[in-house]
Design a protein around this ligand. Structure first.
Ligand code: CAA
Length: 241
C-alpha cells in the first residue's frame, strides 16, 4: 500500500517540488495550500495529487483539514511542515502584528499540524515528520528577527520530539534550505539579493528540486536511523557545526 504524505504549502515553490518528488517516489500526496484555489487546482492536475485549502496557523482548521485528508487518502505516514511566510523589516521598527503573524504561521503551525498525526504514527510504528526550517534560523538574518526566531524554534521542536518518538519508529528531522530560487526569495529587494548571492560559495541560488531530494531521502526507509538532525542544503553559505 502506498504511504500517504501531507505537504503544507505544497502547491508552490519548495513545497510544490516536494509534492512532485514524493508523488514520483510512489506516495499518495496531499498538498495543503492557503492562497489561490484556481492555481492550486491547476497544480493538482499537473502533478496528479490532491489539494486541500486551510490556514496552518489556525488550530481548528488544521484539525478539520487533516481529518479530511485521512478520510480521503488514509492515515498520514509522512508530514512535511513546509508552509511559511516572511514579514521582513528591522526589529526596531517591527510591529507586534508582523511578529505574531510569522510566529503563528511558521512555528505555531508545527503544533497544530503535528499534534493530530503523531499518535497515529506512534500506534502504527512508522512516521516521518520533516520540518522545513531555513539557513536564517541557523545563522540569523538582518531584517528577519521574527522569521529567524520561528525557524530556530523549529529546530528545537525537532530535537525534542525526535527523542520522544525514536522508540516508536517515528523520525523527526529538519531540512534547512539556503536561498532557493522561489517567489519568496524573488521578493527580496534586488540590491539585497545581489549581496546575498555573492556570499554563496556555490555561486548560485539553490533549486527547489534540490530541497525535495533531501526530503525524499528523509521520508524513505533508508533514513530510519536519522532523527533529530538538521540537514543543511545551502551551497556552503553557512556551515553549521
Ligand atoms: N547587514 C547590515 N546592514 C544592512 C543589511 C545587512 N545584511 N541589510 C540592509 N542593511 C542596511 C542598509 O545598508 C541600510 O542602511 P542605511 O540606512 O545606513 O543606508 C538599512 O539597513 C536599510 O534600512 P531600511 O530602513 O531601508 O530598511 P528596512 O528596515 O525596511 O529593512 C531589509 C530592509 C528588510 C533588511 C531589506 O534589506 C531586506 O529585505 N533584506 C533581505 C532580508 C532577507 O534576507 N530576507 C530573506 C527572505 S527569503 C527567505 O526568508 C527564505 C529563506 O529561508 C532563506
Amino acid at each position: 500500500m502506498a504511504r500517504v504524505a501531507l505537504v503544507t504549502g505544497g502547491t508552490r515553490g519548495i513545497g510544490k517540488a516536494i509534492s512532485a518528488r514524493l508523488k514520483a517516489d510512489g506516495f499518495k500526496v496531499a498538498a495543503n495550500y492557503a492562497g489561490n484555489t484556481e492555481s492550486a487546482e491547476a497544480t493538482a492536475k499537473e502533478l496528479g495529487i490532491s489539494v486541500y485549502k486551510w490556514d496552518v496557523g489556525d488550530e481548528a482548521q488544521c484539525a478539520e483539514g487533516i481529518a479530511k485528508v485521512v478520510a480521503e487518502l488514509g492515515p498520514i505516514d509522512v508530514l512535511v511542515n513546509n508552509a511559511g511566510i516572511t514579514r521582513d523589516g528591522q526589529f526596531h521598527k517591527m510591529s507586534a502584528e508582523k511578529w505574531r503573524e510569522v510566529i503563528r504561521v511558521d512555528l505555531d503551525s508545527l503544533f497544530y499540524m503535528t499534534r493530530p498525526v503523531i499518535e497515529g504514527m506512534r500506534d502504527r510504528g512508522f512516521g516521518r515528520i520533516i520540518n522545513i526550517s531555513s539557513i536564517n534560523g541557523q545563522k540569523g538574518q538582518f531584517g528577519q528577527v521574527n522569521y529567524s526566531a520561528a525557524k530556530a524554534g523549529m529546530i528545537g521542536f525537532t530535537k525534542a520530539l525526535a527523542q520522544e518518538s525514536a522508540a516508536k519508529g517515528v523520525t523527526v528531522n529538519v531540512v534547512a534550505p539556503g536561498y532557493i530560487d522561489t517567489d519568496m526569495v524573488a521578493a527580496v529587494p534586488e540590491d539585497a539579493l545581489k549581496k546575498i548571492i555573492a556570499t554563496i560559495p556555490v555561486g548560485r541560488l539553490g533549486k527547489a528540486e534540490e530541497i525535495a531530494a533531501m526530503v525524499a531521502f528523509l521520508a524513505s526507509d533508508q533514513a530510519s536511523f536519522i532523527t533529530g538532525a538538521t540537514m543543511t542544503v545551502n551551497g556552503a553559505q553557512y556551515i553549521a557545526g
